[in-house]
Ligand binder design. Structure first.
Ligand SMILES: C[S@@+](CC[C@H](N)C(=O)[O-])C[C@H]1O[C@@H](n2cnc3c(N)ncnc32)[C@H](O)[C@@H]1O
Length: 265
């Protein structure tokens, strides 16, 4: 398997899948491609390139494999704006505490976004009890999340002030989350298919852009598993392109249907 063949395959990926390979480490792309090659029984990059060029289904499967851990700070800004301006202050003002679970947190940008919002909202109320659980199945992603180190480009959705307050610039030009934010989050490995929540009495569960490979039944089971883990009127936040299945519709009502924010009934 030559490097020239791999570079050629990367050009196909870039053009056909419209994925900027430069945003990923080369090793990461290789691993995901090799996994698809194993599944499709190909041993040469050039043979896999041929299937990719001719088979739309394979294009979709490789796109999914490459974007499985993709996440961002403030991903879908409107949802986080809604949480910040309305939902989170509502919970804190009523209870003086808040418990959140970021389920399927990948490399940590989602729980860190929540921690930044909560820190900035409550910094004058030192007695607010804040618990953020952040879980994922993927150990490698979780390890990156725990280190809290990101390159400058990942911080594009953050303001200069947020970067200054919550990150330290490292000698190699990367940025590390400061301790006061890291300490707000409890990271752990957890399989959402296990049927068990990571904790109970949660005010909010964010499970966004996670169920791409789940069957309808698995998606419904997930919504059923979250239900008793939430407090009465607790919030369930899904990804923008995700839907609540018919069979579980009676468990939740829409708080904001567009932003996919639901309330436990
Ligand atoms: C695309 S990322 C979403 C990250 C973040 N929630 C967001 O919306 O930006 C999907 C994550 O779901 C995780 N995941 C997939 N299946 C899972 C499962 N059964 N249990 C826990 N995590 C899972 C993957 O490892 C991946 O890190």
């Amino acid at each position: 398997m030559s490097d020239a063949e791999f570079q050629n395959l990367k050009r196909t990926i870039q053009k056909l899948l419209n994925i900027q390979c430069g945003s990923y480490k080369e090793d990461y792309i290789k691993r995901r491609v090799l996994s698809r090659m194993r599944i499709t029984g190909k041993t040469e990059y050039s043979d896999y390139n041929k299937i990719l060029l001719s088979d739309q289904k394979e294009q979709e499967l490789l796109r999914n494999a490459l974007t499985i851990n993709v996440t961002k700070f403030w991903r879908d800004r409107e949802v986080f704006d809604l949480l910040k301006s309305d939902i989170i202050p509502g919970i804190i003002n009523k209870k003086g505490r808040i418990r959140i679970w970021s389920a399927g947190c990948a490399t940590g940008e989602e729980p860190y976004t929540l921690a930044i919002i909560l820190y900035d909202l409550t910094r004058l109320k030192a007695d607010t009890q804040i618990t953020i659980f952040a879980t994922d199945l993927d150990r490698e992603a979780l390890n990156k999340a725990k280190t809290g180190i990101y390159d400058k480009r990942s911080l594009e959705n953050l303001s200069e002030g947020q970067i200054r307050r919550h990150f330290s610039e490292m000698p190699d030009g990367k940025f590390e989350m400061k301790k006061h934010i890291k300490d707000m989050i409890r990271f752990s490995q957890h399989d959402l298919m296990s049927g068990k929540p990571v904790s109970n009495y949660l005010d909010m569960i964010l499970c966004r852009n996670v169920t791409i490979y789940f069957t309808e039944k698995q998606k419904n089971d997930l919504a059923r598993m979250f239900h008793p883990a939430l407090v009465q009127n607790g919030f369930y936040v899904m990804g923008k392109t995700e839907f609540l299945g018919r069979e579980v519709e009676e468990l939740y009502e829409a708080h904001d249907a567009l932003q996919k924010v639901f309330i436990k009934k």
